[in-house]
Design a protein around this ligand. Structure first.
Ligand code: SF4
Length: 370
């Protein structure tokens, strides 16, 4: 039996922790002989491909995660197999088949090359969250409470990777992980949608979840976020009653209704501002994400986003600005980011200096480069 190794990557530690619950492996920092597993997103793809391309070990290389799932053909130029989509059931099946010398064509949900052609095996059904742990000690991650999303935001990989309907981990299954740590972060594409169809909030389901947990609960905040139209007075009351977080992270994305429509967000800029006001009025700090450089975005759209940012900051909120990056598998995969106009760049620079506007390092660098 070949030894199974997972390439440690702090950026994907939550996926690694989740897969630790379904497969035994050791964590390594460079390729080792045996079966080498990698999980990565687009920003890490180039360095991963370089590492795998220059490896001299006797290894079978398997890739999974957002980038390989969105770009299996490109990934197979460097890897032997790609796990497409969810890994909890496919990865153990593939590893076991390889270790027993079986026929990989019978493993659902993978891609590989045969005679230079990319072969896709039949799609695997969606994993049942209750049947798979969110992590396995000593690897810890947040508790994933929901997977999938009924919305189709043009830039987002979530519904493409995890399906268009929401699957919720049951309260009973979530409570099994309550004992592992005091500070627990509940992760979802839209935390306030817990227990619902993802279109209409179910406040009773959220209350039932929150009152069943102990310790410091972080809900509706990083690394999750909340859609603005799910911010209701009752949801905020529940956060104040049961949770430790004092911030609510909202997906705003643009201050321009034209752009919000173009990317199929399904809400307006006014709804973002209403959610900000409600959050602030309930004693919590709204933190809103925006994306600059969306394809087709004009200077007037960028100005509307800056106006929205100013209104949020005036309301005591904070803003995280991101620069658009086309992601594989999404509707905008083959597009290019629009440039930020010099006038908007200056305005953003001033806001950043004020400390209420931040972004990840690469985002800020990208904003400065424009
Ligand atoms: S951005 Fe959020 S709401 Fe939109 S599709 Fe992705 S997960 Fe769903």
């Amino acid at each position: 039996m070949a030894r199974v190794h997972f390439r440690w990557n702090p950026k994907n530690r939550y996926s690694i922790a989740a897969l630790g619950g379904v497969l035994d492996f050791d964590l390594v920092r460079k390729p080792e002989a045996g079966i080498m597993l990698y999980s990565f997103a687009s920003p890490q793809a180039r360095s991963v491909f370089r590492e795998v391309g220059s490896a001299s070990t006797d290894s079978v290389f398997i890739a999974g995660g957002p980038h390989p799932s969105g770009c299996p053909g490109e990934t197979l130029e460097h890897f032997d197999y790609v796990v497409v989509g969810e890994g909890e059931e496919t990865l153990p099946d593939l590893v076991s088949t390889l270790n027993h010398g079986g026929d990989v064509s019978g493993v659902k949900g993978i891609a590989y090359k045969k005679d230079g052609k990319v072969i896709f095996t039949p799609k695997r059904g969606e994993a049942d969250l209750d049947g798979h742990p969110p992590f396995k000690p000593p690897l810890f991650g947040p508790i994933e409470i929901t997977r999938g999303c009924p919305w189709s935001c043009a830039y987002c990989q979530t519904p493409r990777l995890f399906g268009h309907h929401m699957r919720h981990r049951s309260v009973e299954a979530i409570c099994k992980y309550d004992k592992f740590y005091e500070d627990k972060r509940l992760v979802s594409p839209n935390a306030f949608a817990y227990g619902s169809d993802g279109i209409t909030p179910d406040e009773a389901a959220v209350e039932n979840l929150l009152k069943s947990l102990s310790g410091n609960i972080y809900f509706g905040t990083f690394p999750s976020e909340v859609r603005p139209e799910f911010v209701t007075p009752r949801m905020l009351e529940l956060v104040n009653a049961y949770c430790a977080n004092r911030e609510i992270h909202l997906g705003g994305q643009s201050g321009s209704d034209r752009m919000l429509k173009a990317i199929h967000r399904g809400h307006t800029a006014a709804q973002v501002l209403d959610a900000v006001e409600l959050t602030h009025d309930n004693g919590l700090t709204p933190v809103v994400d925006f994306i600059f450089g969306l394809p087709g975005e004009r200077e007037e759209d960028q100005q509307l986003t800056v106006d929205c940012i100013n209104a949020i900051i005036k309301e005591g909120g904070k803003v995280r600005a991101h620069y658009f990056m086309p992601l594989p598998g999404t509707e905008l995969a083959d597009t290019k980011p629009e440039k930020i106009s010099p006038t908007i760049d200056k305005l953003l620079g001033k806001l950043a200096l004020g400390g209420r506007l931040t972004g990840s390092w690469s985002d800020v660098k990208a904003l400065k480069k424009q």
